[in-house]
Design a protein around this ligand. Structure first.
Ligand code: ZN
Length: 113
């Protein structure tokens, strides 16, 4: 019924425009229209270091040693990361890594298994 993007929070399709924002009537989420349009809204393709397309639930390995901020540890090259979740941000992979807990990684530093 409209060309508005689905709500990024609850996936409702009943979103509408309100000034410079999109608004979701189901969960009251509001987000800026321009940012959504600039980001390409749901057409983003996530690729690993080798250009393979990544999807939620994929297993990847880390291709270089990473030092997560504040942890003091190092995620070693070759560390396997299961069940990744893709998110629309600079660090575009949410995941859990044994010994580190919840982490955010960049897709350019992983390779799909
Ligand atoms: Zn919503």
């Amino acid at each position: 019924m409209s060309n508005f993007p689905a709500c990024p929070t609850c996936q409702s399709e009943y979103t509408y425009e309100d000034g410079d924002n999109y608004v979701c009537p189901d969960c009251a989420h509001e987000w800026p229209r321009q940012a959504a349009e600039a980001a390409g809204e749901s057409v983003r393709v996530y690729k690993d270091a080798a250009g393979n397309i990544l999807q939620d639930g994929d297993t990847v390995t880390v291709i270089k040693d990473l030092k997560p901020k504040g942890s003091g540890g190092v995620i070693k090259q070759g560390t396997k990361v299961k069940n990744i979740r893709l998110v629309d941000s600079d660090h575009d992979i949410d995941c859990k890594i044994d010994g580190f807990g919840a982490m955010s990684l960049k897709s350019e530093f992983v390779r799909k298994v």
